[in-house]
Design a protein around this ligand. Structure first.
Ligand code: 5GP
Ligand code: ZN
Length: 140
C-alpha cells in the first residue's frame, strides 16, 4: 500500500484515527458515508493508498473501485429505492475536488433532487470535436 499522507483526512480515516461510517473495505479500497451528503445515501469509495486523484492513482487500485461501488449501489438500490444512482468523481479544483485523496461519490438520485449533474445534448461542431480529438491522440 502507498504511504499514508499525515495531513490527509482520508488517510486518517483509513488508519482509524478519524471515525467514519464504514460501508465496505477490502485490500485496496475503503467505502463510507459522506458527512456532508448531497442527499440520503451519499457514499464515497476511496483507495487505501494515498493518491491525489484519478491522474496519479495506481491502476490496480482503480480496478478495485468500481466493483466496490457496485456493491454499494446494489445495497443503496435495495435499501433506499432511489430513481437512479450517479457514480461521479472529481479531479482538480474546477471539477469540484476538495479532498485530494482519490475518491468516487455514489449519489442516489431522485428526478426532482435538483442535482446539477444533468446536461442537455446539444450537437457539437464536428470540426472542433475532431481538432480536440487530434490533440488528445497526439499524446495518448
Ligand atoms: P470532493 O469535493 O473532493 O469531490 O469530495 C470530498 C467529499 O469528502 C465531500 O463530499 C465531503 O463531504 C467528504 N468529506 C470531507 N471530509 C470528510 C470526513 O471527514 N469524513 C467523511 N466521511 N467524508 C468527508
Ligand atoms: Zn490520503
Amino acid at each position: 500500500m502507498g504511504m499514508a499522507n499525515p495531513d490527509c483526512i482520508f488517510c486518517k480515516i483509513i488508519a482509524g484515527e478519524v471515525p467514519s461510517l464504514k460501508l465496505y473495505e477490502d485490500d485496496r479500497v475503503f467505502a463510507m458515508m459522506d458527512i456532508n451528503p448531497f442527499d440520503d445515501g451519499h457514499g464515497l469509495v476511496i483507495t487505501k493508498a494515498h493518491a491525489e486523484n484519478l491522474l496519479n492513482a495506481d491502476p490496480d487500485d482503480l480496478a478495485a473501485v468500481l466493483p466496490a461501488a457496485q456493491k454499494i449501489c446494489r445495497a443503496v438500490e435495495a435499501a433506499l429505492k432511489p430513481e437512479g444512482v450517479n457514480v461521479v468523481q472529481a479531479n482538480g479544483p474546477a471539477a469540484g475536488q476538495t479532498v485530494y485523496h482519490f475518491h468516487t461519490h455514489i449519489f442516489p438520485r431522485r428526478r426532482d433532487d435538483g442535482a446539477m449533474l444533468n446536461w442537455g445534448h446539444t450537437p457539437g461542431d464536428m470540426g472542433r470535436i475532431e481538432a480536440v480529438y487530434n490533440k488528445i491522440m497526439a499524446v495518448m
